[in-house]
Design a protein around this ligand. Structure first.
Ligand code: IDP
Length: 142
């Protein structure tokens, strides 16, 4: 296993629920370190660009609308196997299918309002991190 970085977003539903700290606690107790962070209210252009890979999907317009419905908390996580570990902590996309004890099982409402985003591969992690953070604002925990 290697030390990796991944891009995490706490989505508008979870920010509105006031559970940023609870979600950060799960990252930290599972060996993921926050090495960059910012709160932002995304524009439709930013959210649309970030999720451009889903442009052709039927849920794209709703996804962009939801991601711009309130502020989000965006962070870079670093740690052993960070990409897969964060995906494990998040749980399945649909909270009804997410394993008990995962972030989505505990905090998400629906497949649209599903609390968190996490990069799904090293290539996407790199692109997503660069999308939100200039290298000078990422502080490696190593
Ligand atoms: P992921 O967030 O678990 O990686 P993706 O398939 O990459 O899931 O989809 C990105 C986001 O798009 C999901 O987190 C969810 O908010 C939304 N989404 C995915 N599939 C659906 C769907 O079938 N209906 C509505 N929204 C969806």
């Amino acid at each position: 296993m290697a030390i990796e970085r991944t891009l995490s977003i706490i989505k508008p539903d979870a920010v509105a629920k006031n559970v940023i700290g609870k979600i950060y606690s799960r990252f930290e107790t599972n060996g993921l370190k926050v090495i960059a962070a910012k709160m932002a209210w995304l524009s439709a252009q930013e959210a649309g660009e970030f999720y451009a890979v889903h442009k052709a999907r039927p849920f794209y317009a709703d996804l962009v609308k939801f991601m711009t419905s309130g502020p989000v908390m965006i962070q870079v996580l670093e740690g052993e196997d960070a990409i897969a570990k964060n995906r494990d902590l998040m749980g399945a996309t649909d909270p009804k299918k997410a394993a008990p004890g995962t972030i989505r099982a505990d905090f998400a409402e629906s497949i649209d309002a599903n609390a968190v985003h996490g990069s799904d591969a090293p290539e996407t992690a790199q692109v997503e991190i660069a999308f939100f953070f200039p290298a000078m604002n990422v502080y490696s925990g190593r």
